[in-house]
Design a protein around this ligand. Sequence first.
Ligand SMILES: Cc1cc2nc3c(=O)[nH]c(=O)nc-3n(C[C@H](O)[C@H](O)[C@H](O)COP(=O)(O)OP(=O)(O)OC[C@H]3O[C@@H](n4cnc5c(N)ncnc54)[C@H](O)[C@@H]3O)c2cc1C
Length: 539
Amino acid sequence: MSHDFDVLVIGSGAAGLSLALSLPSNVRVAVVCKGELKEGSTWYAQGGIAAVLDNTDSIESHVEDTLKAGAGLCHRDAVEFTVKNSAEAIRWLIQLGVDFTRDQNAQDYHLTREGGHSHRRIIHSADATGKAVHRSLTDAALAAQNLHLFTHHLAVDLIREASPGWKSYRCTGAYVFDRKKDKTELFKAKVVVLATGGASKVYLYTSNPDGASGDGIAMAWRAGCRVANMEFNQFHPTCLYHPKAKSFLITEALRGEGAHLKLPDGTRFMSNFHELGELAPRDVVARAIDHEMKRLGSDCVYLDISHKPRDFIEQHFPTVMKRCAQFGIDIASEAIPVVPAAHYTCGGVVVNHQGQTDLAGLYAIGETSFTGLHGANRMASNSLLECIVYAHSAAKAIEAQLPTLPESSAGAEWDESRVTNSDEDVVISHNWEELRSFMWDYVGIVRTRKRLERATHRIKLLQKEIQEYYANYKISNDYIELRNLAMVAELIIRSAMKRRESRGLHYSLDYPETSPIARDTVLVPENYAAQDVIISVTE
Ligand SMILES: Cc1cc2nc3c(=O)[nH]c(=O)nc-3n(C[C@H](O)[C@H](O)[C@H](O)COP(=O)(O)OP(=O)(O)OC[C@H]3O[C@@H](n4cnc5c(N)ncnc54)[C@H](O)[C@@H]3O)c2cc1C
């Protein structure tokens, strides 16, 4: 069975839905997503969205803070582009109906502050901003006649074609696995947009939901696109540490509002690591916690906001309070046990300001892309902003391009005539666990050359096994994710091996110094899609 659309959007998070909703209503758009519409990181975002919204703040200040957090590796043009468009992005969300929290006299929106920001500039919806944003996006998407939403549909691979009339290769659609029908279908489209989120599931401990398996990055790489800066994985310093709590993040806004990090004996320690104390950038806080946990052999440290009035905590952090209460922790009277966990993928598919990748007809936006905004370390709350700003600029570029694009070609249906059903699903679950454990142990917060070499050895063996499986058995949801995770793990390890310095989120005991020259780590696939380099990066 095949489908034919003008635009195929893979992903229904902030990036994918914002783009779909920004296209004109006469454009036929398919949005596919792995599970329900809300099953991406967007739904879980707590803190808020950074934007210049206050007279006392300025574009220059937001730009400078971002550049500083990015440790010399942000692309200034991408930062300026994003920040200049920040107020417009928020206005669009407000028009869409997002219910952002008002300040005390209800005159204006309440702006909070997070690590690395020198101003209060985080607009939020209490401590559940992602839910508020996603609800409004979903309502609008369900009402839009030109959007066709395919839930429980998992994109497997992009289709790349060459034609004598075209200057280079084009992306003309994707093969998509219908999880309910257990069948792979052909989706043809003039333009394909990857909005598949990040790859933090590659690590054993993560704040991300299950689907964050880097599918878009792996698919783009296989289709011949460059990826950049994959070694910069942000570890959120504070995830709830409890045997029964699955990936629950304790928002950075707690530290913004004065929470203290403490050792098990109650001593504060962040002032030993940074002059901003608890408000130091995330990488510094995560490394400090990792250091203290290893030094003391403790399972966690503690985040304490119990010195603030109960009313204040209830009003500002209802979600955190409720979730912790489910595990018997009253955050208004006791400290919260926390550990660091993989949180955000700073690198991704190389794109320009319109989200265009190296492959004609293929765009990438949101966490799956590499725009140059985050550099070596993402500043808190810049990521949802990036999703909206690039969704809008990509939608404009696609709208302008669509009338000039060729009709979809016939396209070949998915062929599974030579594969059988697997009776060895245990191989998949075992490989999942192995992969995520060695990535945590060898390619985590602190790295060494030897650990990276070990990881290289492991990933080669795993890749071989996974390829053999692919050639012989019918695909399944878990298998597709495992194949992509292994691909992304390889890209992370290769990038980390290439970086012979410590910078931002990449910390190596063998190369503790920061090189005076900042360069991106750009990996070029063997089947590179662009004949001329159309998107420049600093190599
Ligand atoms: C707990 C948590 C808190 C956060 N808090 C903040 C915050 O306060 N502020 C901030 O700016 N950022 C925050 N972030 C980061 C931010 O939420 C994400 O970077 C952002 O939401 C990513 O949006 P996205 O649209 O790119 O991807 P996602 O929202 O992750 O959506 C990905 C979509 O792609 C789909 N998908 C993936 N692979 C496939 C495939 N193969 N086929 C079909 N569909 C696929 C998924 O089903 C999903 O619909 C937080 C992240 C987490 C996890």
